[in-house]
Design a binder for this molecule. Structure first.
Ligand SMILES: C[S@@+](CC[C@H](N)C(=O)[O-])C[C@H]1O[C@@H](n2cnc3c(N)ncnc32)[C@H](O)[C@@H]1O
Length: 229
């Protein structure tokens, strides 16, 4: 879409910018370490150069406070991760964790993930895309804001490598079934579960902050893993 079209037909976004304030520690990272961890959404990058090595690239959309992304990056030092989040205090929190753990295999975009995927990620380049606990947009009139919709699945397929995977998790049953239906009709994706439905949480996915809150409230959790065929 050209910039003129983008202005004439504003996209329905999957987020509203939350107002939460950054803590002193998060703000210090935002002020002092931004360029070390964050990429400029207006620039084009060669990610092998950014990370200083060639390694499978995993994108996490909407990492929240980044605790599960930092844990995954620590557990998988052989992988490169791009985290994308619009909530700035969350970006500050992830930077703090990356500094504390001394991790250099995560870079961050503070931007709309859809725009980053569309404009900054090469086609057939991603080994995996993670979407953990996307905003569920409970009310029917808000369902159009859910990030997983047919246009998102098309974008995903375009950006994944052959055999690359998409892993989503949600604690909202209606959204889980909605995602299952939307992903299952895509001919280019194959469900990794034995019965073409949901998967048990794999060991590599830590519990996220949002998930832990849901579990305390008695919510269920549904994981979906599809690979590009
Ligand atoms: C419900 S929270 C879950 C956060 C985290 N994944 C977790 O499980 O704790 C969803 C997050 O996705 C982010 N988000 C929603 N749409 C986004 C988009 N298009 N681009 C980047 N971040 C987005 C929101 O800002 C929010 O932090």
């Amino acid at each position: 879409m050209s910039s003129v079209e983008k202005e004439s037909f504003p996209r329905i976004r999957s987020f509203i910018r939350r107002q939460g304030r950054a803590t002193v520690g998060q703000q210090k990272m935002i002020d002092e370490a931004w360029d070390e961890y964050c990429l400029d959404p207006d620039k084009d990058y060669d990610f092998d150069q950014v990370f200083g090595r060639s390694a499978p690239l995993i994108v996490e959309i909407g990492f929240g406070n980044g605790s599960s992304l930092a844990a995954m990056a620590e557990a998988n030092p052989e992988l490169n991760y791009l985290g994308i989040e619009v909530h700035k205090p969350g970006v500050g929190h992830l930077m703090l964790l990356l500094q504390q753990k001394g991790l250099s295999n995560v870079k961050i975009y503070h931007h709309d993930a859809i725009e980053v995927l569309e404009d900054k990620i090469a086609d057939c380049s991603l080994a995996g895309v993670h979407l953990f606990f996307p905003d569920p947009w409970h009310k029917r009139r808000h369902h159009k804001r859910r990030i997983v919709r047919p246009s998102f699945v098309d974008l995903l397929v375009k950006k994944l490598k052959h055999n690359g995977y998409f892993h989503a998790a949600t604690d909202w049953e209606h959204y889980a079934h909605d995602m299952l239906e939307t992903l299952s009709v895509c001919q280019a994706l194959q469900n990794s579960s034995a019965d073409n439905s949901f998967c048990p949480r794999p060991d590599y996915r830590p519990l996220t902050k949002f998930e832990q809150r849901g579990l305390r409230l008695g919510h269920g959790v549904w994981d979906l893993i599809f690979s590009k065929v």
